[in-house]
Design a protein around this ligand. Structure first.
Ligand code: ZN
Length: 179
């Protein structure tokens, strides 16, 4: 990322080596294209993951943002450039389908906080902030952006068929509470 700072991305495959020019091409994809190679379970899983992301994620984001009227369900922030479709059941799990009832539109900070269990949502749509974070003293992002969201209600989609699944929320909230 910059000298002496690396981000590991794996598994990856060496796709091409050019010894003359000291050049190595590392590929994160195309594992399925290796004709002379029987993919391992890890490689198959990775290839499926990449395919799933490529095919389903843009559609998922579009569906979820539309359902939530392009606003963060926690803080109502309205700029699409800074909004994500957060998964309730993680997409790395077998049941983490890219369906609107498995998503919530969230701004970047609330999405990251939700993924890392700093912020939870109960099955009855109440926002909970991690106890350690509630007791911390820091600047305006912590105070207004997170602590003041505690015990407020999320803004769910108008259409009931698009609202987040209570079963998924319950399972996810149990993981948040166990932290
Ligand atoms: Zn937000």
């Amino acid at each position: 990322m910059r000298p002496n700072l690396y981000q590991a991305i794996y598994p990856a495959r060496v796709a091409h080596v050019d010894l003359e020019n000291a050049y190595v091409l590392v590929s994160l994809e195309e594992l399925a294209d290796l004709a002379d190679h029987e993919p391992s379970a890890v490689e198959r899983h990775w290839a499926e993951y990449i395919a799933k992301r490529r095919v389903h994620q843009p559609a998922f984001r579009g569906m979820v943002l539309k359902a939530y009227d392009t606003q963060c369900t926690v803080c109502r922030f309205k700029h699409a450039e800074l909004l994500d479709a957060a998964h309730i059941t993680a997409d790395s799990e077998a049941t983490g389908d890219a369906v609107v009832t498995n998503g919530m539109a969230m701004c970047k900070i609330h999405h990251a906080a939700y993924d890392r269990d700093f912020l939870g949502v109960t099955p009855d749509y109440t926002i909970k902030i991690n106890t350690d974070l509630l007791n911390e003293v820091d600047g305006p992002m912590l105070k207004h952006g997170l602590q003041e969201m505690h015990n407020l209600q999320i803004q769910p989609p108008v259409r009931s068929s698009e609202r987040p699944s209570k079963e998924r929320l319950a399972a996810r909230f149990a993981a948040f509470s166990a932290r």
